[in-house]
Each structure stands twice: as structure tokens, then as C-alpha cells.
Design a protein around this ligand. Sequence first.
Ligand SMILES: C[S@@+](CC[C@H](N)C(=O)[O-])C[C@H]1O[C@@H](n2cnc3c(N)ncnc32)[C@H](O)[C@@H]1O
Length: 208
Amino acid sequence: MTEHTYEKIYREFGKNLPWCLEGVPKFFKSLIESKWVKPCKTLDMGCGIGDYANYLALNGFEVLAVDISETAIDLAKKKYTSTKNLQFKIYDIFKLKDVKEKYDFVYEISILHNIEPKKRAEYIKNICSVLNKGGKLLVCSFSKDDLLFQGKESLYFPDLDNTVYPLEKYDFQKLFGEYFKIEKVEKVYMGRKGKRKRERWLCLMEKK
Ligand SMILES: C[S@@+](CC[C@H](N)C(=O)[O-])C[C@H]1O[C@@H](n2cnc3c(N)ncnc32)[C@H](O)[C@@H]1O
């Protein structure tokens, strides 16, 4: 998917896109409550309308949330105008290598599974460049085990002009193992209210 495609669908569907949940899922709240990561300098990659970033800022994190879509960033800024320690910015996560700032916690929800497999290595190098040694990384992506995919390598959603490349559990070690200590890969479930909750992999890592 290109920058243009995301901008187009945010303009057409706004907050009605399937990943706009109105709040954050239970697994995310439990993780923050568990103190797996404590309040720190944080980067949200591909923040969409900003619900996760807002939740973290309200819980003491200092958050920069970036997205390539201007409309998504406008919606996020309007929604969370009064939250302290929260900044939204239009930025391409494939250009993070140009950023001098470093973060202690970087996370992404539903980004990796939209990246073509041949571009994954480049994406991961970009993440590495902005994360401090010992910093935490959270990745949450569709699982190939979900009924939606029926074992397929990819699935195209024509309404959104969006292709998903779901992951298998072992993909995380293969993709991230060189740079990260993988702490946990577990199944979590999330979805919009009233809709079927879809299976995802939640992968928690620490930079070597
Ligand atoms: C499936 S949505 C997930 C949004 C958000 N993380 C959530 O879970 O609500 C993917 C998001 O990634 C953003 N995105 C896609 N490519 C990007 C890029 N190269 N740089 C920054 N954001 C990007 C899209 O605009 C979109 O908001």
C-alpha cells in the first residue's frame, strides 16, 4: 500500500476503518499495568488516529506518534488535543534512519503485516536505528492461524485496497532475532465492538 492509498482511505472512511477500535484492547492495558515497560520516551510507528499513544501518554509515557497519512494525524490531533506529553507528526517510518532522536520504547500495532515480505528487513533496520540498546519493542500483527486467512500467505481487501501478509510464530525469531532478544510471542485477540475478534501475534522484544 502506498502513502496515497492510506490517505485516500482515511479521507473516505475516517474513524470507521476496521482498525479504529475506540480505545485500546485489553491485552495492551494489561501489558502496561504489568509494568513490562515503564513510563519512558516512546515512539508509536503508524499511529493511525492515536488511541494507543493517548493511552500511554495518560499513563505517564512521553510519546511521539507518527503516521504517513495527514488525515489520520489531523484526526488524532483533534481527538487528543488536551493530552500532555503527546505529540503527533506526519512521518514515513521507512525514513526513521534519518532521525537523530532515540527512544526507550518503540511499538507498532498492525503495521508489519501490511509490509511486503521483501521490504521487512529494511523496515526492521529503521526500527533498530531509533531504539536505544536495552530498549523495548512491541509488534502486534495478524496471525496466519486466523480463520480469515485459511493458511494463505496474503489476502487482498478490495474495499480498502489493502493487502495483509499474516505472520507465523517462528517469523518473529527469523526477522528480529539478529537484533533483539525475543521475550515473548503470544496470541492475542482484538477487533471492533460487535465484530469477531481476530487472532494476532503479540511479540515483546528487547534490543541487544
Ligand atoms: C492498519 S493501520 C494501524 C493504525 C494503528 N496502529 C492502529 O492500530 O490503530 C496502519 C497504519 O500505518 C500507517 N502507515 C502505513 N505506512 C506507513 C509509513 N510508511 N509510515 C508511517 N505510517 C504508515 C497508515 O497510514 C495506517 O494509519
